[in-house]
Design a protein around this ligand. Structure first.
Ligand SMILES: Cc1cc2nc3c(=O)[nH]c(=O)nc-3n(C[C@H](O)[C@H](O)[C@H](O)COP(=O)(O)OP(=O)(O)OC[C@H]3O[C@@H](n4cnc5c(N)ncnc54)[C@H](O)[C@@H]3O)c2cc1C
Length: 514
């Protein structure tokens, strides 16, 4: 079959499933013939997990609510971290990951990431992704905040996510064993008779059964009003998993990116990659003075900006990219120039925005959640590898490393007997947030929180907002991305203790993971 445009899909029968052709095919509410696996989400984690399974002979159904261009993966700029340089090693990568994670990194998970990222990078190249090379033809490796070595591979300058997703989606389209259902939202995870999750129920009434379900539904940073994320990143997978009985973890840890565009119409929240600071861009206050070491981990840089803005009342600080080669970051320069602002000649107004959630569905090192048959990978998962603060560019690597592992593990699940499909729930398990909820999270669970605001947030209408509040309230310390103005010190008793919200319980337990 010929390759479709990457932002649209064809299923195996050659029918387009994108929005250009109108609404997706309507099907009666019946249980579909079984796949081996259902993967929910077509970002980096979902596409890679689906391809991994299909290339081992499995039949996969890939369900995606939104078009490719509306995934966080497509928007990724900087690249993916892997110890590939001659002066680098997985052990150095691990050291930097642990340092950034502020005493909360689950070492076993970070070891998996750092050890296996080079092999998954090689897989991506074998799948046809072309990464950038320097003028001698060697792989170009970027430097980002918190990394002690150049280890960030990128594609198309700062169009890394777009390049990777275009290639992976073209590979998926070519793969006969993968059926893509685009434009369908999964709204429940029905259990099998034996209590295992064995199907997904979509919003069009379709139920797809399989031996296992892999959630790759992305993060929840768009729950906050000022964000770099696409609107669909509001944590629907977390709520579906919780309703199915899975534990969630570390929900209080939300990374705020220091340099999202502020006050340029049409580009509000647009992310200016950390990599531009790695290449020498500097941050300045309104008087033109530098005020922070730009290569510190992003929580430190974001908080320095936040405090300066809170102290002065200024709306933004200014990123000086005038010394940066526009060819290295074509989409950043292009997007800003389109909006009438030329970063080659004028500093760019920026301020922090919610960017990445370290927390998610608690999993083991193979993506298994606490519910049999249910896996989670990518940003919706919490392996503990990021601890309290993700090291830049570790998240794309995580999608590939754990997407691969989960696909292999899920194929070992017992074959699925018939699924008893319960009545679909009457209430929406994973509703989008209202404007009021998003504003409340920004105000009460933002870069600096206190018990007073968090208690207010406990009454929010959105269930995930309440869980974020409960987790942040229970962690009575400041650590990494979680800064409490009323608890400014780190509590050593909470080192390596993850905040776990067990299914059915509103309370938070602090648990050590091995
Ligand atoms: C602007 C930006 C720049 C970034 N830059 C980098 C970078 O340079 N390096 C890096 O490592 N990380 C970066 N990140 C973070 C990284 O992109 C994400 O963590 C990662 O791409 C998440 O991938 P994912 O596959 O888990 O989820 P996503 O890419 O968000 O995909 C989620 C998928 O799930 C689907 N979905 C969600 N809910 C449902 C449902 N109920 N039913 C059906 N489908 C559903 C969505 O439609 C989508 O297809 C960046 C993030 C942003 C926003």
């Amino acid at each position: 079959m010929s390759c479709a445009s990457p932002e649209s899909w064809r299923n195996q029968r050659g029918r387009r499933l994108d929005e250009e052709e109108g609404t997706p095919v309507t099907v009666p509410p019946v249980q579909e013939p079984r796949s081996d696996l259902v993967v929910v989400g077509a970002g980096a984690a979902g596409l890679f997990a689906a391809l991994t399974a299909a290339r081992r002979g499995a039949h996969v159904t890939l369900v995606s609510a939104r078009p490719l261009a509306e995934t966080a993966s497509y928007w990724a700029q900087g690249g993916l971290a892997a110890a590939l340089a001659v002066d680098d090693s997985p052990a150095r990568h691990l050291d930097d990951t642990i340092e950034a994670g502020r005493g909360l990194v689950r070492r076993s998970a970070a070891e998996v990431l750092c050890d296996e990222a080079p092999a998954r990078f090689a897989d991506l190249e074998a799948l046809g992704v072309r990464f950038d090379a320097d003028r001698h033809g060697n792989l170009a490796l970027g430097l980002e905040g918190g990394h002690g070595r150049r280890r960030v591979v990128h594609a198309g300058g700062s169009a890394t996510g777009r390049r990777i997703l275009r290639q992976l989606s073209a590979d998926v389209v070519e793969e006969e064993r993968i059926e893509v259902l685009e434009g369908r939202r999964v709204r429940a995870l029905p259990a099998r008779d034996d209590g295992r999750v064995g199907a997904v129920a979509c919003d069009d009434g379709r139920v797809v059964a399989a031996r296992a379900v892999i959630l790759a539904s992305g993060g929840a940073a768009a729950l906050w009003s000022r964000t770099t994320n696409p609107p669909g990143s509001y944590g629907s997978g977390l709520m579906l998993a919780r309703a199915a009985g899975a534990d969630l973890a570390d929900l209080e840890f939300v990374q705020f990116h220091p340099t999202a565009v502020a006050g340029i119409p049409g580009r509000e929240g647009f992310l200016v990659s950390e990599a531009v600071r790695g290449e020498g861009a500097t941050l300045h206050d309104a008087a033109g003075e530098r005020f922070v070491d730009e290569l510190q981990p992003r929580d430190a840089v974001a908080r320095a900006i936040h405090r300066l803005l809170a102290g002065t009342g200024a709306p933004a600080v200014y990123l000086d990219m005038t010394g940066i080669d526009p060819a290295r970051f074509p989409n950043v320069f292009g997007a800003l120039r389109e909006a009438g602002h030329d970063p080659a000649t004028a500093r760019v107004p920026v301020s922090p925005a919610s960017h990445y959630v370290m927390g998610g569905i608690a999993t083991d090192l193979h993506g298994r959640s606490t519910v049999a048959g249910l896996y989670a990978v990518g940003e919706c998962a919490c392996t503990g590898l990021h601890g309290a603060n993700r090291l830049a560019s570790n998240s794309l690597s995580e999608c590939f490393v754990f997407g691969h592992r989960a696909a292999l593990a899920a194929l070992d699940e017992p074959a699925s007997p018939a699924v008893a499909v319960p009545e679909p729930p009457r209430t929406e398990l994973a509703p989008p947030p209202s404007r009021a909820t998003r504003a409340a999270l920004w105000r009460d669970a933002g870069l600096e929180r206190s018990a007073e605001g968090l208690r207010r947030l406990l009454d929010d209408a959105h269930p995930l907002a309440r869980l974020v509040a409960a987790s942040a309230l229970a962690r009575e310390e400041s650590r990494g991305a979680h800064a409490r103005s009323d608890r400014p010190a780190r509590d050593p008793d909470l080192d390596h203790r993850h905040s776990v919200v067990e299914a059915g319980k509103p309370s938070v337990a602090h648990v050590k993971w091995t």
